[in-house]
Structure formats: structure tokens, C-alpha cells
Design a protein around this ligand. Structure first.
Ligand code: 0X9
Ligand code: ZN
Length: 312
């Protein structure tokens, strides 16, 4: 029970997560991983039908909202929470996997896009020994420790692709890193949800080369895209699947799915959800489409989880 007819502030998302944790105490655990730079909690749900000390099932980890202006991302993650608790139509997904669902990696940026600057992308951190006090924020998706700051990044705190002054300088990316590390042996599938472009992207995004698991990444990527397209609308673009540097036409180091794959997650993807527009307006998908995108994106998660378990 969270409205999908409009974009929601952080307090509504967190109230929903708390409500779900209260109503489903046997399967849901609410975790506050850390506080953001400005002191907001960074929260995720663990969903499991067995006790949380049981480590026998594969884990599916999905995060959203690292780029704060990409407003369509967090609702697709809360929709997944809904489909695993309030409205279970695929019980195998609940029974056969443990889930970690983190709707808003970057709560400071997310709130700033409502209160100040709609198209803010980065965190809101500052540090005293650089011009970052004039220009706050690090691009979370350039801050992971994979080929950090080598390509498609900036050393300038005023840039939207500022990599930060070191890998994992941001508490927000540290939270994702720590989840990946804690559950690494069991994470069968990691998806980080962005917008926009109707794409499913996989490693390696810093140089356009394919990983040892390139065939698996492509096969499961295509299966997920087909499932999404099957539920799509005529005015939505078909999904494109491929290596992120090749599909996007730019290389960028320090991104989340590359980091996850580099430490051993076999299937790691960036989803770029539909934008249906050009320029910054693509980050503001008409709210009439929120529920549609949530439904079709869930179909992608479903197929991804099932295929990941077969390969795991
Ligand atoms: O550039 C990004 O961070 C992502 N696109 S976005 O428009 N949402 O900012 C794409 C990241 C793709 N992955 C890698 N470059 N590894
Ligand atoms: Zn993004």
C-alpha cells in the first residue's frame, strides 16, 4: 500500500518499508545500514522465508536511487517489495531466494531533487580540503573501486561525473559495497536500477571488453529484456541489451555493476528504465507511467532471478 500515481518523498518510502516489516515479521527484516552524509538513514529490506542465519539460498540484490534525479528507479524497487510480501503472484521467487532490496542508495540527493534542484545526480557530500565545499557531491556510479577514476570520470568536484577523492569515499557506496561483500558467496544476481534509455547493460563498462561470463550475462540479459518488452506499451522503446560501454557509446569506470562483477557476482547489471523523452526531461517520466514501468520491470527481475538460480 504505497501510491504509484506519483513520485514519493523519502519519508513515504521509508514509512512503507517500516509498515511492510511490521506486517510481515516472519519474512522481512528492516535494516538501517548507515546514515548518509547529511545524516539520513540508508535503509534496505531483507526478505527471506527461512531464518536470517540460514545461508542456503541464492541472494538477489537490487538497488535503486543512486542517481537521485532518476525518479522512476526507487518505485521499481518498492514494487519488488510489494510483489514479495503484500501481493505474491510468483511464490517460487519468495521461497527459493533471499532478497535484499535497497530503494534509495542516495537519500540526500533524492530529497534535494524535491526541495531544490530537480535534476541533481550526485550525493551531497562536501570535504574541507577541496573545492567540494563550493560544489558538493560525488557521482556514486563513479565511486566504486573498479578501475577507479581511469575513464569517463572527472577530478573536478563541480562535475556531474566527479569520481570522489578516493574509491568508496561516499558512505552511500560503502553501504552497497558492504552488502555485496557480506553476501558475496550467495549473490546470484545484482541489479542496479537507473534511468533512462530502456537498456540492460553488463560489464565491462570501463573498456567495452567482455568478461569470462559474457555469454551468461548476455543470455540472461536478453531473457530479462524479452520479459519486459512482452509487457511494454506501444509507445515505449524496445529494450537494448549489451555491454554497457558499447550500448551507451561511452566508457565509464567505477560503476556499481562492474565492481560487483569484479569481486565475483556472476550476473551484474545496470537497468536503464524508460525515459520517453530527450535531455533532462527523460529523467522525469510522466507519473502516469510509474505503475506500468514497475509492472514490466518486475517481469525482468522475475526472469533474471529464475535464470540466475539455474546458472548459480
Ligand atoms: O553513466 C552511468 O552511470 C549510467 N548511466 S546514467 O545515465 N543512469 O548515469 C550507466 C552506467 C553503465 N555502467 C558502466 N559504465 N559500467
Ligand atoms: Zn543513473
Amino acid at each position: 500500500s504505497m501510491p504509484y500515481n506519483n513520485y514519493q518523498r523519502l519519508d513515504v518510502i521509508y514509512a512503507y518499508m517500516q509498515d511492510i516489516a511490521n506486517r510481515f515479521p516472519n519474512t522481512v527484516r528492516l535494516v538501517t545500514a548507515a546514515n548518509s552524509f547529511q545524516g539520513r538513514p540508508i535503509r534496505y529490506l531483507r526478505i527471506s522465508t527461512t531464518n536470517f542465519e540460514d545461508h542456503s539460498k541464492p541472494v538477489i540484490f537490487i538497488d535503486g536511487g543512486i542517481h537521485s534525479r532518476e525518479w522512476i528507479s526507487p518505485p521499481t524497487v518498492t514494487w519488488a517489495i510489494r510483489k514479495l510480501t503484500e501481493d505474491v503472484t510468483e511464490p517460487d521467487l519468495l521461497n527459493n531466494y533471499d532478497w535484499i532490496l535497497l530503494p534509495v542508495v542516495n537519500p540526500d540527493g533524492y530529497e534535494f531533487t524535491f526541495t531544490n534542484t530537480r535534476f541533481w545526480r550526485k550525493t551531497r557530500s562536501t570535504n574541507t580540503h577541496s573545492s567540494s565545499s563550493i560544489c558538493p557531491g560525488v557521482d556514486g556510479n563513479r565511486n566504486y573501486d573498479f578501475a577507479w577514476n581511469t575513464v569517463g570520470t572527472s577530478n573536478s568536484p563541480c562535475s556531474d561525473i566527479y569520481a570522489g577523492d578516493r574509491p568508496f569515499s561516499e558512505v552511500e557506496t560503502q553501504v552497497v559495497r558492504d552488502i555485496l561483500q557480506e553476501h558475496l558467496a550467495r549473490i546470484a544476481l545484482y541489479i542496479t536500477v537507473h534511468s533512462y534509455g530502456s537498456m540492460i547493460l553488463y560489464p565491462w563498462g570501463h573498456d567495452g571488453s567482455l568478461s569470462h561470463n559474457g555469454l551468461g550475462l548476455h543470455t540472461v540479459g536478453v531473457a530479462m529484456a524479452n520479459a519486459i518488452d512482452a509487457l511494454s506499451l506501444p509507445n515505449f522503446p524496445r529494450y537494448v541489451v549489451g555491454n554497457s560501454a558499447l550500448v551507451l557509446n561511452y566508457r565509464a569506470a567505477g560503476a556499481a555493476e562492474d565492481y560487483a562483477h569484479s569481486i565475483g557476482v556472476p550476473l551484474a547489471y545496470t537497468y536503464e528504465l524508460p525515459g520517453l523523452s530527450w535531455g533532462n526531461q527523460g529523467f522525469h517520466l510522466d507519473p502516469r507511467y510509474i505503475e506500468q514501468v514497475c509492472r514490466e520491470t518486475w517481469a525482468g527481475f522475475v526472469v533474471g532471478a529464475r535464470r540466475a538460480a539455474e546458472l548459480f
